[in-house]
Unconditional design. Sequence first.
Length: 196
Amino acid sequence: MPERMAIARSEFILGGQKSGKSRRAESLAGAWLAQGAAHRAVLIATAQPMDAEMRARIARHQRERAERAPGLATVESPYDVAAAIAGAGGAETLRIVDCLTLWLTQQLMPIDGFEQNEAAARSQSAQTAMLLQAIERCPGPLVLVGNEIGLGVIPLGREVRAFVDALGQLNQQVAARCERVTLMVAGLPVTIKDAP
């Protein structure tokens, strides 16, 4: 039986790699599903299986998710997250977007090379604007997962510095629009922001 968890209208879960972000999101989905037979939960997955290691990682996540959160449906949407949020259902559906970091990576650092030019910046800015609108308009609970990568040393490469800056800006914009912001540290949730 999932633990009793308060479900916010929108929650942004941040943390480092393997900090427990996805597990917390899945726990929220399990708690939501346990609240009523009419409740649904959908994971909007942004990862793409670009190589053998990523394919194995995705398969492992799928197996673990099926065990931890049975009833959680999956929609793959590596690019148009805003449309996936809007199309996932109504007020009875909790949506999880996992993860915004991969979503941003695929916009700024596509497989065919880094696109730090004016057109790519405009496209990413438009996608971010649509995402922020989707957060505000989402009819049901929304859980967004992302990485906090700006706590370490300043990267040496121009492209990596630009990405860290872009992710920091995205995280700030998403956090400003979410009712709750949770930082995961060693599997433990630390509330950064909560509804009044």
